[in-house]
Design a binder for this molecule. Structure first.
Ligand SMILES: [Zn+2]
Length: 220
């Protein structure tokens, strides 16, 4: 039995809901691209055995967990639409990924995948923001206080289109993003520092105002 109507019921997160003002009930997330961010993508990943997580993936995710952010994955998997793997195979790959991270104490809270053909013109394939909007609705995210992390330009574009802050890992995405990271660990460190800074303000609706302290809501 849960005390929160419609609550996600995901463990420690439900603690903050009861006495909080409405704006605080929206959650912050680190939304991670999968291939090239969590796992090596130099070869295609069509089966669980082909998934090779980067060495720093678990500790980066764990750091984000411990900072109180939801950790979500938004991934283009056009190979399903193209017939390289089936939707159940993709689900098995993701189950393996979640299990391997969990074994190292790291929690993935949710995964959204676009499985349409790259040429399908769907609204969810990055650079479009559809996956991020799905996650927003499912997890009650404040996208302006959330972060999209990717290694490709399309990840940064999707983040911007959805209104998140952006972190680019590597040469392609780094220069386009709010923060250019050299690794997922570096990205996680920056996100945790930035999220802690903005926690002091607690006014995610006022992104461009520098007068936020005047608008600050009392928490009593
Ligand atoms: Zn799609």
């Amino acid at each position: 039995m849960t005390g929160e109507p419609g609550g996600s019921g995901e463990g420690p997160c439900s603690v903050i809901n009861r006495n909080s003002i409405q704006v605080r009930s929206l959650r912050k997330a680190a939304i991670l691209d999968r291939d090239g961010v969590l796992n090596d993508n130099r070869r295609p990943v069509n089966r669980p055995e082909e998934l090779h997580l980067f060495a720093d993936a678990a500790r980066a995710v764990r750091m984000l967990n411990e900072a109180g952010l939801l950790v979500l994955v938004a991934t283009n998997q056009g190979g399903v639409g193209l017939g390289y793997l089936s939707a159940p195979q993709l689900a098995r790959i993701h189950a393996a990924m979640v299990a391997q991270l969990a074994a190292a104490g790291a929690r993935i809270d949710g995964i959204a995948a676009c499985i349409h053909r790259p040429d399908a013109g769907c609204s969810c394939r990055k650079p479009r923001p559809g996956l991020l909007l799905q996650l927003r609705d499912q997890f009650h995210l404040d996208l302006r206080a959330s972060y999209m992390v990717g290694d490709r330009a399309v990840d940064i574009e999707a983040g911007r289109a959805a209104g998140t802050k952006t972190v680019g890992i590597g040469r392609e995405a780094g220069p386009l993003a709010d923060y250019a990271a050299i690794s997922l660990w570096d990205a996680a460190r920056w996100i945790c520092a930035d999220a802690a800074k903005s926690d002091g303000r607690q006014t995610p609706m006022l992104t461009s105002a520098h007068t936020v302290t005047q608008e600050r809501m009392t928490e009593r």
